[in-house]
Design a protein around this ligand. Structure first.
Ligand SMILES: CC(=O)N[C@H]1[C@@H](OP(=O)(O)OP(=O)(O)OC[C@H]2O[C@@H](n3ccc(=O)[nH]c3=O)[C@H](O)[C@@H]2O)O[C@H](CO)[C@@H](O)[C@@H]1O
Ligand SMILES: C=C(OP(=O)(O)O)C(=O)O
Length: 428
């Protein structure tokens, strides 16, 4: 089991460069199988999710090569084949193989996706979309079979009942080579969705409206990559380093960011009194005191991201008063609370989705467990701030989505070790 061991108490300082967005990358890789040519990405993060997606591709005879952020995928010899259930279960985004295989072959058989346990994570809106496009969906023994091979996929009008990142992207993947026009209403507007649409449009797809409430797709027969697609920077990774820098930094410049993607986050930091200078593609965070408490409510983009509610928590410990968080997307996303309390922090959740965070400047190192990726990120920041040593167990949840974590933290002056993961395996 992977562990991160941090000897806390050393302030972070210097520069850190943000990697490509995990939530773009994990959709771009399945999307690549829609192409009739090899595809090439750069700024790909070195994370466990990429490794597992490469493993899934290999099962379908899709060769991929990943080196130093450059990823080439050759889907030209793809074959339909059973997908490895362990890898599918290792990440949420394996559900994108449903849409991508449906788009490519008119049918898909995929084990129910795994990923972090944030409470219930239904995929009814994905299925509603596939059915509207003409597919039959059946589920047996945790395996979902989606089939439109007899009559093919036909464009349709689909109104999502819930704003869902995954359903929006999955329906795009299925519809992009379907016959006719698909209109998806009440879609998610996350920057990662625009990134996927840009990648597909550059290969000849016809997707309009990504980033607005309605997406219109006119199906095309073939997709061909003509150039390298650069993955957008990870706004959640950037927000994590911003929280760390504001909570326990002596001047940190965070490079390779798109500040517009972080507006709801930066506005909360400004409200708290964080000293911040926002450049074109970098953000400098200076030592900031005193800090004011804030009220946060997580919302779909462009609202405050659920994926940043845990990473901002250690910063809230330093505010002079009680901050409140209302988690509307995943009310059960509170698995950081018990662990942070073990480190001496004062925070609680008495009602579902409502978290109160109090001033708790002195944290002490102990053994804690990362229950999921962002709970783990909060623990990493708390461990850096804490007196003594913190051992974070179950750290593969964190390494699933944080690019070159050890290298970046050491570059900022953090004393840490990662054990129990084959790091060579993370950088094929
Ligand atoms: C790989 C990836 O991009 N993961 C992100 C994606 O997850 P994911 O795409 O799984 O999250 P969704 O946007 O789909 O979920 C948003 C909300 O809709 C609900 N829902 C979703 C689909 C569905 O069919 N039915 C339904 O009820 C979910 O339970 C949740 O309450 O967006 C989440 C919300 O921003 C982020 O936390 C994840 O980091
Ligand atoms: C919940 C997350 O990821 P996933 O959807 O891949 O589980 C996340 O990135 O915070």
């Amino acid at each position: 089991m992977a562990k991160i061991i941090i000897n806390g108490g050393h302030k972070v300082a210097g520069q850190v460069t943000i990697g490509g967005a995990k939530n773009s990358t994990v959709a771009l890789i399945p999307a690549a199988i829609l192409a009739d040519t090899p595809v090439h990405f750069d700024n790909v993060p070195q994370i466990l999710d990429v490794k597992n997606l490469q493993y899934i591709l290999a099962a379908m005879n899709v060769h991929s090569n990943f080196h130093d952020g450059d990823l080439t995928i050759d889907p030209t010899t793809i074959k339909e084949a059973p997908l490895p259930a362990t890898a599918i279960k290792s990440l949420r985004a394996s559900y994108y193989f449903m849409g991508a295989l449906l788009g490519r072959f008119g049918r898909a058989t995929v084990t129910f996706p795994g990923g972090d346990n944030l409470g219930s994570r239904p995929i009814d809106q994905h299925i509603k979309g596939f059915e509207a496009l003409g597919a039959t969906v059946t589920e047996k023994d945790d395996v979902i079979h989606i089939d439109a091979s007899e009559n093919g996929l036909k464009g349709a009008r689909i109104a999502l009942d819930t704003v869902s990142v995954g359903a929006t992207i999955n329906i795009i993947l299925a519809a992009v080579r379907a016959e006719g026009q698909t209109i998806i209403e009440n879609v998610a507007k996350e920057p990662e969705i625009i990134d996927i649409a840009t990648f597909l449009n550059n290969m000849g797809a016809n997707i309009r409206g990504a980033g607005t409430d309605t997406i219109r797709i006119t199906g095309v027969e073939s997709l061909k990559a003509q150039n390298t697609h650069t993955v957008i920077p990870d706004r959640i990774e950037a927000g994590t380093y911003m929280s760390m820098a504001a909570a326990f930094g002596d001047g940190v410049t965070i490079q390779n960011v798109i500040p517009e993607h972080l507006e709801s986050y930066t506005s909360k930091l400004i409200e708290m009194g964080v000293d911040m200078q926002i450049g074109e593609d970098s953000i400098y965070i200076g030592p900031s005191r005193p800090l004011k408490p804030v009220a946060i409510k997580t919302m779909p983009y462009p609202g405050f991201a659920t994926d940043l509610q845990q990473p901002i928590t250690p910063l809230l410990f330093l505010a002079e008063g009680e901050s409140t968080i209302i988690e509307t997307i995943y009310p059960k996303r509170i698995r950081h609370i018990a662990e942070l309390r073990r480190m001496g922090a004062e925070l609680s959740s008495l009602n579902p989705g409502e978290i109160k965070v109090n001033h708790s400047e002195r944290l002490v190192g102990t053994t804690v467990e990362a229950a999921e990726i962002r709970a783990g990120a909060a623990l990493v920041i708390a461990a850096i701030m804490a007196d003594g040593q913190t051992v974070i167990d179950n750290a593969s949840h964190i390494l699933r989505g944080y690019d070159r974590l050890a290298e970046k933290l050491r570059g900022l002056g953090v004393d840490l070790q990662i054990e129990g993961v084959d790091l060579i395996n993370l950088m094929p």
